[in-house]
Design a protein. Structure first.
Ligand code: SF4
Length: 447
């Protein structure tokens, strides 16, 4: 069969393969029999290297269709990488260092931590309070929908624009990676489309959208897709909570119409593994140790007029929703209080380098051992090797009681190295996130 497959046809095949066990079984049993359903017509064997279980997957024979598909995926990802690189290089230095330390901490704590190290986003703005969907797997345990911030009510539009302007001013262009939902569904707000157009005006691209409410009003969803075609940005995501959802979306929308919509295959039959945060911890399905919180930065709610500084974590005893709150405050309509909150975070929390009076201790889950003249700092998911002699001496001097300045003077005495170099070594370890402890609830109230 000559391959005329389009990448979005392959995308649809893989979505069906992942989420629908009957489809999967048919493809595996009869790879050389044409499958014709849901707008695709293809031989599973044409892209066998993309779906078959194989230990030699990387070395399997590549077909033209699978090569075209993977290069299409790479081009899509490159768009996102452009913005993620800005996030890594162009945000304020102290915010960058704090985010880096939290990302390094989380990378050593969670199954997906390393993969998400460079993909933690700088802010999310919620446009409602609660969520109408009530997914059983909700990693943020979203409560029921209580209220919605309509654009033209209560000065919300003006406040929203002031918030995004402040975020652009503080975070810079990389603020384009922010988005407008959290423990909320964007489509719960009838004015969501208005908000993304305003965001687009501020940042030059629309925010990424993830909704599980695409099915509530299919005409609205069609109009949303048309609107998104007029804007740039990356792909959006529709959540699939049941096999029925999967079959409805594929009946209503062609593979081409959904080429820029990733389906988040959350139905119980799906092969996708969920993180064990929030309500997902009670699921009978396979989960992995991790949080779904993808922001290390600011969480803003427009209905409650609140702003928090948050970062993902796996200490579900203290922080059941999988993210820790470092500070929070409320604001009125002006951006002044938001900017003051950024200043508070800069001066009191982000701390680009170690404070001389800080009592140093290494995170509890890190096991320290020695081998071949090096120190191994090991967790369930990471191993940091420390070979530098001064860094090793700093770690050996940490006793959970001494301050940074006491440790520096202790190491200076023992090694005869100058204090500047010892402090530099301590700061190198600080950057690796090994001293990052989570705040304790109740909240560290600001102001
Ligand atoms: S997962 Fe999303 S859509 Fe589902 S309840 Fe949570 S916030 Fe709502």
């Amino acid at each position: 069969m000559a391959s005329k497959l389009q990448p979005w046809d392959v995308k649809r095949f893989l979505e069906l393969f992942t989420a629908d066990p009957e489809f999967r079984e048919e493809a595996i049993k009869r790879p050389n029999q044409i499958i014709s359903c849901h707008g695709i017509k293809m031989l599973p064997s044409e892209i066998q290297d993309l779906w078959q279980e194989s230990e030699n997957r990387l070395f399997d024979r590549r077909t033209n269709a699978s090569i075209t598909y993977t290069s299409w995926c790479t081009k899509r990802r490159q768009k996102a990488h452009h913005w993620l690189q800005k996030l890594d290089t162009e945000i304020p230095s102290s915010f960058h260092h704090w985010r880096n330390r939290q990302a390094n901490r989380y990378a050593a704590q969670a199954a997906d931590g390393f993969a998400r190290r460079k993909r933690l986003l700088p802010f999310a703005i919620e446009l409602s309070e609660g969520c109408s969907i009530g997914c059983q797997y909700c990693g943020l345990s979203a409560p029921k929908l209580k209220s919605v911030a309509r654009y033209d009510s209560n000065n919300n539009g003006t406040t929203f624009n002031a918030i995004t302007a402040s975020l652009k001013n503080y975070v810079g262009e990389a603020g384009a990676t922010g988005f407008l939902y959290w423990a909320t569904d964007p489509f719960d707000n009838p004015d969501y489309e208005k908000y993304i157009q305003e965001f687009n005006k501020e940042f030059g691209i629309p925010p990424q959208t993830t909704t599980a409410a695409w099915r509530k009003n299919l005409n609205r969803t069609r109009d949303f897709l048309k609107l998104r075609e007029t804007m740039g940005g990356t792909w959006d995501r529709f959540s699939i909570n049941s096999l029925e959802d999967l079959h409805i979306i594929m009946k209503e929308f062609s593979p081409l119409q959904l080429k820029d919509i990733d389906l988040v295959l959350q139905n119980p039959e799906s092969l996708k593994i969920k993180s064990c945060a929030g309500r997902a911890k009670d699921l009978a399905t396979r989960t992995q140790l991790g949080s779904i919180a993808c922001v290390s930065g600011f969480l803003i709610n427009l209905t409650q007029k609140s702003i928090k500084l948050i970062s993902p974590c796996i200490d579900f005893e203290k922080w059941p929703q999988g993210y820790a709150i470092y500070a929070e405050t409320n604001f009125q309509d002006s951006s002044k209080q938001i900017e003051e909150f950024f200043e508070h975070c800069e001066s009191k929390i982000f701390n680009e380098s170690l404070d001389a009076e800080k009592i140093l201790s290494v995170r509890g889950e890190i096991d320290i051992s020695q081998s071949k003249g090096q120190l191994n700092l090991t967790t369930q998911y990471a191993k940091i090797i420390v070979e530098d002699e001064i860094e090793k001496a700093v770690i050996s001097s940490i006793n959970g009681k001494s301050t940074v300045s006491e440790i520096v003077s202790d190491v200076c005495k023992k090694t005869k190295v100058n204090p500047g170099l010892v402090l530099h070594a301590a700061n190198m370890l600080y950057e690796k996130g090994i001293f990052e402890k989570l705040p304790d609830p109740p909240l560290l109230q600001y102001a």
